[in-house]
Write a protein that binds this ligand. Structure first.
Ligand SMILES: [Zn+2]
Length: 90
């Protein structure tokens, strides 16, 4: 005699999200917070340069009204040099 019992499949799955999204390419938040534009001494925000590469950009006008600077990120290290910065207008 064959008597089949239940399959033993759990009725519900426990969906657990283990956080910790690591976004490659961007800087750690704590690092970005302490970084300042060497020209205008304001905070920097994540941006993208004209070539699609990530860069840090001024969060406020820099030097002249509407003028901002973008600092390239070289191998994960932002190059915060005025001479190396890219000036653009918003
Ligand atoms: Zn600036």
């Amino acid at each position: 005699m064959n008597s089949r019992s239940g399959d033993g499949v759990p009725a519900k799955y426990s969906e657990e999200r283990s956080g910790g999204e690591t976004s490659g390419g961007s800087l750690d938040p704590w690092l970005r917070e302490i970084l300042r534009c060497p020209v205008g001494l304001h905070e920097l925000v994540d941006g993208t340069g004209p070539d699609g590469a990530p860069e840090l950009q001024c969060s406020a006008d820099c030097g002249e009204p509407g003028q901002r600077r973008g600092y390239r990120i070289d191998d994960g290290v932002p190059v915060l040099l005025a001479d190396e910065s890219r000036v653009f207008t918003v």
